[in-house]
Design a protein around this ligand. Structure first.
Ligand code: UD1
Length: 420
């Protein structure tokens, strides 16, 4: 199993280009199941989650071709039953439910697997499908969803922690081929939902309001194959920005969408990080002094939960007291104990992490627990004195394209090693 060996203390310098967004490409790949036409998706990041999704589409009968960062899918004929084990392994695979139901009124998929960042129910996805007229049974680990007709409905998708991103995507994908009008209230407003709506609209779907809490979809009879370029990954861009600040470096980030990153850029500025726009690029460097901040994770356009762990590292390096409150996934603090091995002083109080910053970090062997926690450990390792070994980096490979190569090109002393 691979691990990363990082020799810390080197400021990052240079230029990096952001890849396509993982959280946009996964539902868009699923949406290709809605048509028998050819779909060409560009700026697809090379990630294990993307390869997984390609395998899932193949297991459903679609032809999938990967050529560099372009993925071509043609789902001429489909079978309704997904490969149990493939789907179980990746949470994002739940978004094949909506397209399968939309296209053939039947989907049988395994319940997606658990996840260390907290309980991740799918009750809202199922509620949305039921509201559209689907009969759902759960048996032997499978969700069996069948509808004689899908009929447009008013659907409220607000949960305990606010809207659901993939739930909104799923219901939208079923509703585009339903009869009549569907209104999703308390819809997720994330840019990835907007990108999916853009893709579906190009296919011929009628969608109004994506990016706002009310999305209205007027069902159509069929959809056509299209070409699409995926939006850049705002979480990857935020991760690099934090890495530059944490290592006291200065980097230029190309290809990001700052308009998708307001909450993160604003917090970084509050923290004393200098952010400059130069044309379409972002220049990020640490200011003369870091300042303690408070962060609360919220649905978009609030601060993303997917950047919480990385931000904790910057806060751990900042003299003074900072607080992170996690409002999306209550147990998403698995990185705290690993950061403690490097010398970070963080304590958990209910949904909040109290960060007593300013203690010097020093390298240690640490273990990644989930995707964004892994990114946080890599940043901490680069900011720490000495050597850090991050094991279980398959989590990192799920969501960051060639992160070790990109960091090495910025001067990081980072090496992938095969650990017995
Ligand atoms: C997506 C992202 C993930 C990100 C998360 C929140 C993808 C592939 N993943 O995950 O990176 O961290 O959004 O921004 O896009 N909930 C329910 N019932 C449901 C569904 C969700 O109660 O049926 C709850 C969840 O437990 C959580 C909250 O709603 O507390 C938000 O989860 P959700 O937006 O659904 O996350 P995902 O779409 O799975």
């Amino acid at each position: 199993m691979d691990s990363l060996l990082i020799k810390g203390g080197v400021p990052l310098h240079g230029e990096v280009t952001i890849s396509g967004a993982k959280n946009a490409v996964l539902p868009i790949m699923a949406a290709t199941l809605l048509t028998s036409g050819k779909c060409v998706i560009r700026r697809v990041p090379d990630l294990s989650d993307v390869r997984f999704m390609a395998q899932i589409l193949k297991s459903l009968g679609a032809e999938v071709k990967v050529d560099g960062d372009t993925v071509t899918v043609r789902a001429a004929k489909l079978n309704p039953i997904g490969d149990y084990d493939l789907i179980r392994k990746m949470r994002g695979s739940i978004c094949i439910l909506g397209p399968l139901l939309g296209r053939q009124r039947h989907a049988k998929v395994s319940l997606p697997g658990g996840c260390v960042i907290g309980t991740r129910p799918i009750d809202l996805h199922l509620k949305g499908m039921r509201d559209l007229g689907t009969k759902i049974t759960i048996e032997s680990g499978y969700i069996d969803a069948k509808a004689k007709r899908l009929i447009g409905a008013d659907i409220f998708l607000g949960g305990r922690a606010g809207p659901t991103v993939l739930g909104t995507a799923n219901v939208m994908m079923a509703a585009v081929l339903a009869e009549g009008v569907t209104t999703i209230e308390s819809a997720a407003c994330e840019p990835e939902v907007v990108d999916l709506a853009f893709f579906l609209s190009k296919m011929g779907a009628k969608i109004v309001g994506a990016g706002s809490p009310t999305i209205t979809i007027t069902g159509v009879k069929d959809l056509a194959g299209v070409e699409h370029e995926v939006i850049p990954d705002r979480i990857e861009a935020a991760t690099f920005a934090i890495a530059a600040a944490a290592t006291n470096g200065e980097i230029t980030i190309h290809g990001a969408r700052p308009d998708h990153m307001h909450a993160v850029l604003d917090k970084l500025k509050d923290a004393g990080v200098k952010i400059e726009r130069k044309g379409l690029a972002l220049i990020v460097k640490r200011g003369s002094r870091l300042k303690p901040i408070d962060v609360t994770t919220l649905p978009y356009s609030g601060f993303p939960t997917d950047v919480q762990a990385q931000m904790m590292v910057l806060m751990a390096l900042t003299p003074g007291l900072g607080i992170i409150t996690e409002r999306i996934f209550e147990s998403r603090f698995m990185h705290v104990s690993e950061l403690a091995r490097l010398g970070a002083d963080v304590s958990i109080e209910g949904p909040s992490a109290i960060v007593k910053g300013g203690h010097p970090l020093s390298g240690a062997p640490v273990m990644a627990s989930d995707l964004r926690a892994s990114a946080a450990l890599v940043i901490a390792g680069m900011a720490a004195k000495g050597t850090t070994q991050v094991s279980r980096i398959y989590h990192l490979d799920r969501g960051y394209e060639k992160i070790d190569q990109k960091l090495a090109s910025l001067g990081a002393r980072i090496q992938r090693v095969d650990q017995e």
